[in-house]
Design a protein around this ligand. Sequence first.
Ligand code: PBG
Length: 331
Amino acid sequence: MSYPQTRLRRMRRDAFSRALMRENVLTAADLILPVFVREGENIREPIASMPGVSRLSIDELLKVAHEAHALGIPALALFPVTPPEAKSLDAREAWNADGLAQRAVRALKAALPELGVITDIALDPFTTHGQDGLIDESGYVLNDETVAALVKQAVSHAEAGADIVAPSDMMDGRIGAIRAALETKGLIHTRILAYSAKYASAFYGPFRDAVGSAANLGKGNKYTYQMDPANSNEALREVELDLAEGADMVMVKPGLPYLDIVRRVKDKFGAPTFVYQVSGEYAMLKAAGQNGWIDERACVLEALTSIKRAGADAVLTYFAIDAARWLRETK
Ligand code: PBG
């Protein structure tokens, strides 16, 4: 009888040796909570395709922010739900100093200055057609005109006190243009989180319901600016440009189906690399959990740990509060 020369199971036998050899550890400090903010007071409006997630009025947002902060979550990412009457072809509500996002930023920074506030830079919540940019007669999203609008939006968020602006629009050259404008205005501390490798993904469906852009977009798609899910080298070119243009952090989005991209980006650039576990990923895990088909808590913590293992430094996840709580209980 011949025996194995190496017994890898020896180290797996007991909890103590499993703990000692564990390579990656998920903590609350790795998590960013995306939140949907709406007009009104005292409102938590549930989102049907994202059970457990609601659109929050600013007063309710502050309560959630306190909860997240108390659990050790370092930052929130804000997504405004624009009332239909504030949407337009030129998206001018996006840089209204008194817009919903700007007011939410000011309220958050006044109430909880230590909590990081990230804002989304893109025009889709503000356009009547639901595209991330300005369009021509044929419906094509215009690059340079859109970048000029995004610059106004980013400056207005930074002036309201946003710590991090996060362009999610995928226009060419927007990071450089935003960085230059921020420097010119003396806003030298505002960080840029570039959605660099953002794919044209069907997993964004529930998000578009949540911000109310799905109906505006209709049968439209974002293939002329978001990346083809079949591509990988192109993601590296996007990241390289965004870093050269002045991004402080880069992002890969969605998460779990794109972990190969995360690993390549991290290995090649070593820059702070964030991952967005998007609305469709949340909905899948939630639905299966609610049906009793999977163990929600175990699967969510496994998915988030896998994203870290792939090379992510932080993860945007709608599970942030639950995960932070679960991590406390496990300790
Ligand atoms: C909009 C934006 C989207 C998401 C974040 N910012 C949707 C899109 O590009 O259509 C998706 C987030 C999610 O699905 O959770 N620029």
